[in-house]
Design a protein. Structure first.
Length: 112
């Protein structure tokens, strides 16, 4: 059996799975505060954003598109934003997702 190299998508999914597992473990533990749980929920959202960017970039590139098109697609993702103004900024999970989405997209664009 030959070892295969992990793709960026595999790595992003591994990070997401690990974050979800940490959240599940914390949810059933007796010694976790609501702040601990909130932090772990936000970590899951951050890894979901990383997966979204990684998959999107690979899909766009697989269609033969240029870096400019990749950047445009990522910008469209960012432009959607957290859309939490209705809530008075209590939608922190959605905001954490978009903060991480923005950071992941910036790393991709800086690599061009």
């Amino acid at each position: 059996m030959t070892a295969t190299k992990k793709t960026d998508i595999d790595k992003a999914l591994d990070n997401l799975r690990a974050a979800r597992a940490r959240l599940a473990e914390a949810a059933i533990g007796d010694d976790n505060t609501s702040e601990d749980l909130a932090r772990k929920v936000n970590q899951v959202a951050a890894y979901e954003a990383q997966v979204a960017v990684t998959v999107t970039v690979e899909n766009v590139r697989n269609h033969g598109e240029t870096n400019e098109v990749v950047a445009s697609v990522l910008f469209d993702m960012l432009a959607n934003g957290a859309d939490d103004t209705w809530s008075g900024r209590v939608n922190d999970v959605r905001r954490a997702y978009f903060d991480a989405l923005r950071a992941a997209a910036q790393r991709v664009v800086r690599g061009f």
